[in-house]
Ligand binder design. Structure first.
Ligand code: SF4
Length: 212
């Protein structure tokens, strides 16, 4: 298992390759960003970005989406996976923001997770990206990369991964660490064919050494 110091070094090395790692979802407000993150589950950010301008233009504020017909929302997002459920979540989420939070996206994890369609990962992404509240959202990339690098235990679940990374890394870098690990998983340490031969982390990576 990598030490705290080594984990920090890993994140620094990732930063040399991806100094500008950030969310690829495009949105012009906290509300629209929340919708984009909900839609991005099991779908690429690119697919969400393609449909979101029309959706956001149609429903600018929570009260407008809260009054929408779910079928109309489905029609606007039908190009992404699970669009039926997601359309229902979007409308329900908007209703709750209007009824419980005076039409403003809440900023705490507990409040965000009280919204339909919002799990821990979505809440963490919104907190980090929109409100700059330190958080490490654990998605498939963060899970794979942190396990391959032995930053966390091989049998750790998402909550254990999040807790382990938060313990090992200084709070001041949680947000950038999260985005760098996502980029690393997307472009360097991909699920099917990680580029171990050219990886700047190979010397520190138990999995990489086994693979080459
Ligand atoms: S050496 Fe291979 S397994 Fe390790 S982080 Fe790099 S790409 Fe991933």
């Amino acid at each position: 298992m990598l030490s705290d110091k080594e984990c920090l070094k890993v994140v620094e090395i990732m930063g040399k390759s991806y100094p500008d790692a950030h969310s690829s979802l495009t949105a012009d407000s906290d509300f629209h960003f929340l919708l984009a993150v909900i839609m991005s589950a099991q779908t690429t950010d690119k697919a969400v970005n393609l449909l979101s301008p029309k959706l956001f233009e149609t429903y600018k504020r929570p009260n407008e989406l809260a009054e929408a017909d779910v079928a109309d929302v489905m029609e606007l997002i039908k190009t992404i996976g699970l669009y039926r459920n997601k359309a229902k979540y979007l409308v329900e989420c908007a209703k709750k923001i209007v009824s419980d939070f005076e039409g403003v996206v809440p900023q705490t994890r507990k409040e965000l997770m009280s919204l339909p369609g919002v799990g821990r990962k979505t809440a963490d992404v919104v907190m980090a990206e929109r409100f700059k509240i330190p958080a490490i959202a654990v998605d498939t990339h963060v899970t794979r990369v942190s396990k391959r690098l032995r930053m966390v235990a091989q049998d750790a679940n998402v909550i254990e991964i999040e807790e382990a990374l938060m313990k090992k890394l200084p709070k001041s870098i949680w947000i950038v660490a999260h985005f760098r690990m996502i980029y690393w998983g997307r472009y360097q340490c991909t699920a099917r064919s990680p580029k171990c031969e050219t990886c700047p982390l190979l010397e520190m990576c138990a999995e990489g050494k086994l693979r080459i």
